[in-house]
Design a protein around this ligand. Structure first.
Ligand code: FMN
Length: 289
């Protein structure tokens, strides 16, 4: 991520000799999305940040009458005028900014069971993984996206301003759990060559965690493991699922483990008939805690 430009509006020395100024910084985020620029507007008293606001170019369509840059400049001009008029009133009317500080990596394991089929093949893989991690004394959280309240992402890109999603639902807890774990396991069936809709909604909403990561702070790398089942025979059936999950792990800076892929597995409980699979899953989890 590149920081390209900064402009400073100095409001001059005010009461008590404090220097107030408004800074507009421009960050080039094109390494994440083509042409994305984020503007950070800060009102400062010396080095103290009194107010902070962000806006980014992906919030505005070309047909809108204003751009992100114009919004940033107008906000800066209005803050400058407020500070010139009455710095104390400015402090009272703007809440102290909160800046994401990063996330600590815990020792827990999060397992996402992405199939809507209770007791199906993905659920069995998830239960083996959970059993192995628990046996090693790890805290395990198993998440069932299909039973949860997860609004699909609407592509507003507001999370790149705040580090959080505009929706407040079960994803907040899921993101906290994953951000604090050491190993994330995603169990999924192949559905029309990709992952089931509930799991896809969950994956998309993790953009908020990526957005939080772009705002600074420390985000240690976690391990990510995909375990997938497909009804048809042949590993080419996993091509899309593998790519979806690879992109997801990569977005969040996770270290991907070699996936467990079980083909020709259509009937409920089919995975239990694959010789040695349970032991393979359990030792893979144990070796990666
Ligand atoms: C809606 C739907 C779409 C599916 N699409 C595929 C597919 O594209 N390729 C495939 O090999 N299997 C496909 N399957 C079969 C499932 O991957 C298979 O039954 C799997 O074992 C289900 O896992 P579960 O028991 O964890 O739900 C599909 C199943 C459903 C219900």
């Amino acid at each position: 991520m590149e920081q390209s430009k900064q402009s400073v509006r100095d409001t001059g020395d005010q009461a008590g000799g404090t220097s107030y100024h408004v800074v507009v910084r421009e960050e080039d985020l094109s390494c994440f999305y083509p042409g994305m620029v984020r503007y950070i507007i800060e009102a400062k008293a010396g080095q103290e940040v009194l107010a902070l606001s962000r806006t980014n170019s992906y919030e505005y369509s070309p047909s809108m009458p204003f751009s992100a840059r114009q919004v940033a400049e107008e906000r800066a001009a209005s803050w400058e005028a407020e500070l010139r008029a009455d710095p104390d009133a400015f402090r009272r009317s703007h809440p102290a900014p909160s800046i994401p500080a990063g996330r600590d990596k815990g020792k827990g394991v999060v397992i996402i069971q992405g199939s809507p089929r209770a007791g199906g093949n993905s659920a069995i893989l998830a239960s083996w993984a959970a059993e192995s991690a628990r046996r090693e004394g790890r805290k395990v959280e198993v998440i069932y996206p299909h039973d949860m309240d997860i609004h699909p992402c609407i592509g507003c890109y507001q999370c790149y301003n705040t580090g959080t999603c505009v929706f407040w639902d079960d994803m907040n807890g899921i993101i906290d759990a994953v951000a604090g774990c050491s190993l994330l396991v995603i169990c999924s069936p192949v559905y029309t060559n990709t992952v089931p809709a509930g799991l896809k909604a969950l994956l998309d909403r993790f953009m908020a965690l990526h957005a939080e990561m772009t705002l600074g702070g420390d985000f240690p790398s976690r391990k990510g493991l995909l375990m997938a089942v497909a009804g048809r025979e042949g590993h080419e059936n996993f091509r899309c699922v593998r790519e979806v999950i690879r992109a997801f792990f990569s977005l969040l800076g996770m270290t991907p483990l070699q996936p467990v892929l079980v083909d020709a597995t259509d009937v409920i409980r089919d995975v239990t008939r694959v010789e040695g699979l349970e032991d393979r899953v359990k030792s893979l989890i144990r070796d990666n805690l």
